[in-house]
Write a protein that binds this ligand. Structure first.
Ligand SMILES: [Zn+2]
Length: 267
């Protein structure tokens, strides 16, 4: 028998959100999880595809779970799993499921392994909770996108012109994907690389970016404006993935899959 102290040093307990899983071998699964203390991790869950596995039900995608993990030679092993929040609707409702996949994938592609980001963990957990609840899913996802961009270093500058640094007024301004922010009419108009931002879209983006969710949740936004905000944020996300993060597989899915995803205006 090895001493108790050695065994305990090799075990650690973490609060984790399951981002995705892959089958491995006969009965095992590889899990990609996002944890509060350690950021993103890849773990091996042995035997979970066997019918008798007690861990299996606890490590479904989008579940918030308490894990007891043993340090392994290459991969760490899940030894116990206990559900904290099941987020059941995210697996049972097809529409909610597609939102949840998108949210989990963004957390995956915008983060590196072993790079803790507790605010992002909280944002992800809150967003999955909102998608599992009765609120407007599209609004929760837009809020998530803007705050995820901020927490991973890609926050769009929406308050001062990225060229002249003047405070932007509530008028038609312009967004530059490349420069990561808005331009005043003088510096942004009539340029092929900029996108016009209507006053409403501009206001919604700034509100979502700076306000707490409690203030955002009651907002009533017209489907037209919401559709424009969605398209804009998607372009912003895709641009930064292409130019810096280069997650090709995700980009392909984003281009194909999100074209069919339910839009805010029900299209
Ligand atoms: Zn300017």
């Amino acid at each position: 028998m090895e001493p108790e102290i050695t065994r305990r040093q090799r075990l650690y307990r973490i609060s984790a959100i399951v981002l995705k899983r892959h089958d491995q071998g006969e009965a095992d699964r590889l899990l990609t999880v996002f944890t509060r203390d350690r950021g993103k991790l890849t773990l091996l869950a042995k035997g979970v595809r066997k019918p008798a596995s007690r861990k299996a039900g606890h490590i479904e995608p989008f579940t918030h779970v308490d894990l007891l993990v043993a340090k392994g030679k290459s991969l760490d092993l899940v030894t116990q799993a206990e559900t904290i929040h099941a987020h059941r609707r995210l697996r049972e409702d097809l529409v909610r499921s597609s939102w949840a996949y998108y949210v989990a994938e963004l957390a995956d592609v915008f983060t590196q392994d072993d790079d803790p980001n507790d605010l992002l963990f909280d944002l992800l957990l809150e967003t999955l909770g909102r998608l599992d609840g009765d609120g407007e899913p599209a609004l929760a996802v837009r809020y998530y996108e803007l705050h995820l961009l901020a927490l991973t270093g890609y926050q769009p500058q929406l308050f001062r012109c990225v060229q002249c640094n003047e405070l932007l007024k509530p008028e038609v301004n312009f967004l530059s994907l490349e420069r990561g922010g808005a331009l005043c009419p003088q510096h942004g108009a009539n340029r092929p690389e900029t996108i016009a931002l209507s006053v409403n879209v501009f206001k919604v983006l700034r509100f979502l970016q700076t306000r707490a969710w409690a203030e955002v949740a009651p907002l009533q936004i017209s489907p037209g404006t919401m559709g424009q905000v969605e398209a804009l944020l998607k372009r912003y996300v895709v641009y930064h993935l292409e130019h810096t993060l280069r997650s090709v597989a995700f980009l392909d899915r984003l281009r194909q899959g999100l074209a069919q995803m339910p839009m805010a205006n029900g299209e």
